[in-house]
Design a protein around this ligand. Structure first.
Ligand SMILES: Cc1cc2nc3c(=O)[nH]c(=O)nc-3n(C[C@H](O)[C@H](O)[C@H](O)COP(=O)(O)O)c2cc1C
Length: 156
């Protein structure tokens, strides 16, 4: 099975860490969203789309890529890292994928460190918007969960 993993990650490179362990586990090709080539997607049996959660949803570069994709009957999976403010706009990327005839066969998420000002006091309340939270994530346990998820996809 040929698998491609496409990701967007810029804040702390949290999602990139998850993308890498999944790619290693699945022997998949891995590409940053800005380097993904629409013309090459057809040759893959399975495509994973990963992003940090920014403003409750996937990064807009992932949306834009999906919008440019032709209709394709593909199995896809989603993964994202989040600081627990919520990912309530996830339906946007899901709707776009279904519009392109893609079937979402799995979804993985874990915590991703958020430290907007370059330090992290690991705040749990509203102050986290300034003080940071989810320090140290994704950690080794998160990575192991990502490996287990990825292995599961190979066995479908
Ligand atoms: C501009 C910005 C907006 C964010 N918005 C959300 C959000 O709406 N919900 C949430 O759970 N986390 C939010 N976060 C936290 C990130 O989703 C989290 O830190 C993630 O792991 C970042 O991924 P990355 O390091 O791969 O970019 C936001 C982070 C940034 C920088």
């Amino acid at each position: 099975m040929r698998t491609l993993i496409i990701y967007q990650s810029y804040h702390k490179m949290n999602t990139k860490k998850i993308a890498k362990v999944m790619a290693e586990t699945m022997n998949a090709d891995i590409v940053k969203v800005e380097d993904a080539k629409i013309g090459e997607l057809a040759k893959y049996d399975l495509i994973g789309f990963g992003s940090g959660i920014y403003g409750s949803g996937f990064h807009k570069t992932i949306d834009t890529l999906i919008e440019k994709m032709p209709n394709m009957n593909k199995n896809v999976f989603l993964f994202f890292t989040t600081a627990y403010f919520g990912a309530k706009n996830l339906y946007a990327v899901k709707d776009k994928l279904s519009e392109k005839g893609c079937k979402i066969i799995g979804e993985f998420s874990c915590s991703g460190e958020y430290s907007p000002l370059g330090f992290n006091l690991n705040f749990k309340g509203k102050g986290a918007f300034i003080a940071g939270r989810e320090k140290g994530h994704p950690d080794e346990k998160d990575m192991e969960s990502a490996r287990i998820f990825a292995k599961g996809l190979l066995n479908l």
